[in-house]
Design a protein. Structure first.
Length: 323
């Protein structure tokens, strides 16, 4: 029979003497202190490591809900430009062709210079031009502000047209899409924007135009939201929304031919101002319903009185409630 020895083995002692371990600990502490004030912390066993980044204070209201963003405010229309911004100036079709000059005559305007660019009727692709005022200046007749801007009608023989006054430009809306001048063998389309030459719209002027467009965009969006809020009926709301959605493509059609438009944005800013003025004019008219009739303001409903609760037996007479 084999005898088993259960005597515990002697503990293995560290080969490093105590003096050496104390020296290593001292060197470690000294290295920590010399590494900078941000790291001069003694990490004890089991302690969480310090944060890697700089310490920041936590605000007391860290758990508070964020404040809601203020709703856009409709501050009214963009300032309607006056005729002084277009008189005694040379306005060019799309910023480079033809010439339109206006003068003030008493309380109206007069067209004193009108050169129309066009295409030759007998030779496709060949440019031509028409000196339209062979009989002298033509007085432009004021016809009010149907779209929020001053509009004038010009009785040009063979090519009547109207224009709206914008800031430093006019937008022409001819009664006929294309006018033909047989004597000059020229077919012209004068619709669109007549404004300053593109070469005069760079530098600081371009930065001002960008700010003007931003203000016009904000006003246009605010007017549109107000108009939708005042319109009753799903069909009427869809019609307003469809009309506004089509504006971007219409603006592109008007401004795509303005010279160097991608550099200065003059046409886009003025057309956006015109749209904001048009929406503001619509806000001044009574809101219409889906059938086109004037929408009557809805009267607020009066709250129905709540029925009085039945008295509990024994209450209201100085008696204890019944069980």
């Amino acid at each position: 029979m084999i005898a088993l020895d259960f005597t515990p083995a002697p503990a293995v002692r560290s080969p490093a003497p105590r003096a050496l371990r104390a020296k290593l600990i001292a060197l470690s502490i000294a290295a920590t202190l010399l590494s900078g004030p941000a790291q001069a912390q003694l990490s004890l066993p089991g302690a969480a490591p310090p944060p890697a980044g700089p310490m920041t204070s936590v605000p007391l209201d860290a758990g508070a809900k964020p404040k809601p963003k203020p709703k856009p405010k409709d501050d009214g229309p963009v300032r309607a430009p006056g005729e002084e911004t277009v008189v005694d100036r040379s306005l060019l079709h799309n910023g480079y062709a033809g010439r339109l000059e206006l003068e003030r005559r008493d309380k109206s305007l007069a067209v004193v210079k009108l050169t129309l660019p066009g295409d030759a009727m007998s030779k496709a692709g060949q440019a031509c031009k028409v000196e339209a005022l062979t009989g002298g200046p033509i007085v432009a007749t004021a016809v009010g502000k149907p779209k929020g801007l001053a509009r004038y009608q010009v009785a040009l023989p063979g090519c009547d047209f109207s224009f709206d006054v914008l800031d430093g430009a006019v937008r022409v809306e001819p009664a006929q899409r294309v006018c033909e001048f047989a004597a000059a063998d020229c077919r012209v389309d004068m619709s669109g924007l007549w404004g300053p030459p593109a070469a005069s719209l760079g530098g600081e002027r371009a930065r001002e135009i960008e700010k003007t467009r931003a203000r016009a965009e904000a006003s246009m969006r605010a007017h549109f939201k107000t108009l939708v809020g005042r319109t009753s009926g799903k069909d009427a709301v869809k019609l307003v929304a469809r009309d506004q959605a089509a504006f971007s493509s219409q603006r592109e059609m008007v401004c795509r031919d303005y010279q160097q438009e991608n550099k200065h944005g003059f046409c886009g800013s003025r057309v956006t101002e015109a749209r904001a003025a048009e929406l503001w004019a619509l806000l001044g008219a009574p809101a219409a319903g889906a059938d086109g009739a004037e929408a009557k303001p809805k009267k607020p409903k009066k709250p129905k009185p709540k029925p009085a609760a039945a008295p509990v037996a024994g209450q209201g007479f100085g008696l204890p409630p019944a069980f």
